[in-house]
Design a protein around this ligand. Structure first.
Ligand code: F6R
Length: 707
């Protein structure tokens, strides 16, 4: 089967990565004080914070060594070293710290103070790099944090996202050549390898013969695994090189006009190869860290080597088979993201903001896609025929994304007539479950970088299935590796707990179901009703958000409980799972989502007067079955909280015997979008009241890029 990709092509098989973050800032022909440069780097790290990390670090330039120090062979730190640095350069300064970014910030300012470094010193060109690390190889500690260094004089410094799978072999070889290692990381081999390559070339061919990009491409030739890397070197002052294989890396470009330093748009990297205009350039593993500086960006592709030198950007395409990498031209894209998205605005937490943003995020998800009673999904239209002929559709994802797919399953089955099966990505991989060429595998992932989902994608690609992606992240690995797909366009989601992405994912999958089933006359009326329901959805979501105060009161009544059960079925089985997941992950309270149809097969034994149980009983084909569940729980004196459609309180809860949450009614298959919102609000308020971290729950990271 031959398929066309949905967005940028390229990419090689990917292995596991880390939940780290990269940020770099280079100002060219524009004066920036050291303090300003530090703040840009710190701010970049703060924007990456939400992804999860346990340590961080930066590297900036020191002051040039004094002629006396140079003659004595001293580094900037005063130690006597047999430095082989260029005459007029100084070893860059590296600062690394375990724990929160603010502790790095404090330690940098106190170290800078102790070494009497002038923060007001201005640089017309300067290259700084920064990193947040999530420990995999070695405990969180300054020595294991990045930038990792080639050695005493910091001749080569590297920040790295990903995993170098052959680092042990490389390390042994480098040790044999006299290198000593300071950290337990896989990353440390990279700067040391760069120094090895550089020294060898210089010894063989003399001073200044090897270029920075030659060093980096030679290093790439030796590396196996997945990586996004930024190199900074004292041998190539004011230059930066970025390259990647697997992990995401973005270049941001901001040209500064002579008068007001306002951003101006470039359209092509070619325009950046010749001009000397003042500009600021950024590298980041996440668009969120770039959007406040510029909307002009380039998603770097696998095996590209992006070199910034003298204000020019050149891109080489690395190829294992070729001695010399070819030069490539790439167009810059314009980011469709607003700065407000990465700020809390008037809200206390990102999770709270993202819950309340849903009328808007859903509008953006549907924008331009619903037309004259039909659905237009540009990324799918050429593949609809293949999907309609599939033997089965398999939804694959993890966590909330899996739950969103579960919510979409009933109406995809109904509208397509094709069997739809569900797979948690890790379980599919553990079982190596059968996938065939006749299957359509739909991968759902907010980040587009979840390791299990991506490994399952490689597995499905290997088995010849048509692979469709549903993601929030333009340029993500999922978007690049699937044959086609749909962006959910929910906007940057920063709270670790997924909220607005969940509802946008369901809506995208509803639109997919409508598009796939569009050839069936028999379901036309049903499809039209759902399309009307979709158009109305943002308004209904705004209505259900008014339950905020009520959910806060409910949270107060549950603050000390140990455990919570949530029963759902049909369209709202997913709501039960997702509601319980939200409470579990942020409020750190045990909660379990259960299929109501399974109640009598075990969970009923738990029911007593103390255990709170939420039953989702909004109006749909399963309503009477849920009424019966409520009666049975009631008969056992269960502590019931029932979610029902507006006006149904009396029929679900005779004589006010339980607490009721009334929600607006929408088309049955869209009801999960409405019903999850009170659960999100409950989880949010429970977390605040219990005093836990809302946006960065204990032990969790936004993007789970390790298995
Ligand atoms: C829960 C949550 C996680 C993610 C899961 C998959 O709120 O955020 O369960 O849904 O880690 O992440 P993505 O969607 O990025 O693949």
């Amino acid at each position: 089967m031959k398929h066309q990709r949905w967005s940028m092509c390229g990419g090689v098989g990917r292995s596991r990565g880390k939940m780290c973050g990269i940020f770099a800032y280079l100002n060219y022909n524009v004066a920036r004080e050291r303090r300003y440069i530090l703040e840009v780097l710190f701010n970049g790290l703060r924007r990456l914070e939400y992804r999860g990390y346990d340590s961080s670090g930066i590297a900036i330039d020191a002051d040039l060594r004094s002629p006396v120090a140079i003659d004595k062979g001293e580094g900037n730190d005063g130690r006597k070293e047999a430095s082989r640095l260029p005459y007029n350069s100084a070893p860059p300064l590296v600062f690394r710290q375990e724990g929160k970014i603010e502790s790095l910030v404090r330690s940098v300012y106190s170290e800078v103070d102790a070494m009497d470094l002038n923060l007001e010193k201005s640089f017309s060109v300067h290259a700084g790099i920064a990193h947040t690390r999530w420990a995999t190889h070695g405990v969180p500690s300054p020595r294991n944090s990045h930038p990792q260094s080639s050695g005493a004089c910091n001749e080569f410094l590297v920040v790295h996202n990903g995993i170098i799978t052959n680092y042990e072999v490389l390390k042994e070889t480098l040790i044999r050549h006299g290198f000593t290692f300071e950290s337990e990381t896989d990353t440390e081999v990279i700067p040391k390898l760069a120094k090895f390559v550089f020294d060898k070339a210089r010894d063989e061919e003399g001073e200044q013969t090897v270029t920075f990009s030659q060093v980096v491409t030679e290093v790439m030739r030796q590396l196996e695994g997945a990586y996004a890397l930024i190199f900074k070197s004292a041998h190539y002052p004011n230059e930066l090189i970025a390259c990647k294989r697997g992990s995401t890396l973005i270049l941001g470009v901001k040209e500064l006009s002579d008068d007001k330093n306002s951003g101006k748009l470039f359209h092509d990297v070619k325009a950046l190869t010749k001009d000397e205009k003042p500009k600021e350039l950024f590298f980041s593993s996440d668009l969120c860290a770039i959007v406040e500086h510029t909307k002009n960006y380039l998603a770097i592709e696998d095996n590209e080597v992006v070199h910034i030198k003298d204000g020019c950007v050149s891109i080489l395409k690395f190829d294992y088979g070729r001695e010399k990498p070819a030069s490539v031209q790439r167009a810059l894209s314009v980011l469709e993201m607003e700065v407000e998205q990465i700020k809390k605005g008037n809200y206390d937490h990102f999770m709270q903001k993202e819950i309340h943003e849903q009328p808007h995020s859903l509008t953006t998800t549907m924008r331009g896609r619903l037309k004259d009673n039909s659905v237009v999904l540009g990324g799918l239209k050429d593949h609809l025929k293949t999907i309609r002929h599939s033997r089965r559709i398999i939804f694959i994802g993890c966590g909330t994304s899996y739950n969103a797919a579960l919510a979409a399953r009933p109406f995809l089955e109904e509208l397509s007539g094709i069997p739809v099966t569900m797979e948690l990505a890790s379980d599919l991989l553990d079982r190596q479950g059968p996938i065939y060429r006749e299957d359509t595998a739909v991968f759902v992932s907010q980040s587009g970088e979840t390791a299990d989902t991506l490994l399952a994608l490689e597995y499905a690609l290997g088995n010849g299935a048509l692979c469709v992606g549903v993601t929030n992240t333009v340029g993500s690995t999922l978007a690049r590796r699937t044959h086609c797909g749909v962006h959910i366009n929910a906007g940057c989601e920063i709270g670790v707990a997924s909220t607005k992405a969940y509802t946008s994912q369901i809506v995208v999958m509803a639109m997919m179901a409508l598009a796939i089933g569009a050839d069936k006359i028999s379901t036309q009326a049903r499809r039209e009703a759902i399309i009307n329901g979709l158009s109305d959805l943002p308004k209904k979501v705004a209505e259900v958000l008014k339950l905020d105060g009520e959910m806060r009161d409910l949270a107060k009544s549950l603050i000390d409980t140990q455990s919570l059960l949530v029963f759902g079925r049909g369209y709202n089985y997913a709501t039960a799972l997702e509601g319980a997941l939200k409470v579990k992950e942020v409020a750190l309270m045990h909660s379990e989502g259960l299929l109501a149809g399974e109640m009598k097969h075990g969970p009923l034994a738990l029911v007593d007067e103390t255990l709170p149980i939420i039953v989702i009983a909004t109006h749909d084909a399963c309503f009477s079955k849920q009424q019966s569940v409520i009666q049975q729980l009631h008969a056992r004196k269960g502590r019931l909280i029932v979610m029902c459609s507006v006006g149904d309180a009396a029929s679900v809860c005779p004589m006010g015997s339980c607490r009721v949450i009334e929600v607006p009614q929408v088309a049955d298959c869209l009801q999960p979008v409405i019903n999850i919102i009170p659960m999100q609000l409950l989880a949010y308020h429970l977390t605040v009241l219990r005093g836990y971290d809302v946006d960065q729950p204990r032990n969790l990271a936004k993007s789970v890029t390790t298995e």
